[in-house]
Design a protein around this ligand. Sequence first.
Ligand code: UD1
Ligand code: UDP
Length: 397
Amino acid sequence: MSPNIISAPVRAMLVLGTRPEAIKLAPVARAMAASPLFEPIVVTTGQHREMLHQMLDLLRVEVRTELDVMRDRQDLSKLTARLVDGLGDVVREQRPDLVVVQGDTTTALTGALAAFYEHIPVAHVEAGLRTGVLDNPFPEEANRRLIGRLARWHFAPTPRAAQHLTAEGVPATQVFTTGNTVIDNLLWVLEEGTGHSLFRTELRRVLLTLHRRENQGDKMRAMGKAMRRLADRGDVEMVVPLHKSPAVRDALLPELTDHPNIRVVEPLGYLDFSATLAACDLVLTDSGGIQEEAPSLAKPALVLRTTTERPEAVEAGAAKLVGTEPEVILNAAVHLLDDAEAYERMATAGNPFGDGHATDRIVAQLAEDFGADAGTEPPSGPLIASRPDGPGSYSTA
Ligand code: UD1
Ligand code: UDP
């Protein structure tokens, strides 16, 4: 389709506030910005002030509107209220054709809610992940189930995620298996090739990240202690990019600082983080996104949680759900560092999260549903008219 046929591109509002949302919506924003069919309107909520800013420049995402809702250690209810209020104003002012949210954060839930209240259809990227335990992870499992009730498009990263949605009653015609956009972004970033690994030695390289709310407090402190014992082996270099959350810092800083083999650093920009991940031998994490990235780079991942909404990696053999008990974590890490065969099996298990084309599928589906499919005859008039029975309709959800 030639660009000049488009007289009114689809105005897609992408709402993002946290680091993983920026990473996973960046390829969608870039693809839409490069297409004559879409006008991306990126709104950041400020949920992760510091961790986001630098990230969006690197990822070449242009922000249209910024909210400033974050207060130190504020309750989830306060954050949620501020976000619905602020995003409601933005949606009313901009009147987009759709709102795109990603994942399961408070930003994603409130973005979907604010859009729903204004009768704007919602597209959910990374839909259908479930642990089956409503408060683990907290509050993310509840958030993603609620978004699943509100969305018009459900872009599921894997067939299993798609099945969760249809089993919950979402019409199959509204569920699309796409792969995860995190892989699209990772491949893009590695191609850019400008990141630097933080590892400095030829010792065994362990990358550690922890931040989940349900792990904070004593549990996280004990996990920190276990990680210090792992570093005590002497043949390990551990890099720990520390989340900005004060609760995470309270728990981990006392346990991990002042050790010759542990480098605690500020959160890394995505380019450096990807390079560090690519250079490591072993990943220990409670992060969702890192569970997806590690198998793509052939890095065994030990998941320091009691549940995972990403069992695909565990079933493929690329990740192990080791729980939060310090001794168990330590033993699992030692086993992988000492048993070359076990290590190799995990490293070569493969990546179940996509082929790097999730964004293409998402954008093509939206274009088609808005009558802007590059493969079909474009309408002669403006693409966007009032469409009571079109993508904006909730009647079949
Ligand atoms: C949030 C998401 C979680 C996601 C994680 C990614 C919710 C409920 N949780 O958790 O799903 O896995 O992001 O990292 O949405 N802070 C700063 N500066 C920053 C970032 C955070 O000061 O750049 C502080 C905040 O002020 C807050 C605390 O860290 O006090 C926690 O941030 P919050 O976004 O509420 O939760 P996360 O644990 O980051
Ligand atoms: N990440 C990053 N810098 C860091 C740590 C993580 O860029 O210092 C990236 C990582 O590559 C992944 C994403 O942040 O794509 C994961 O974010 P996080 O662990 O905060 O959230 P989750 O995925 O658990 O929601």
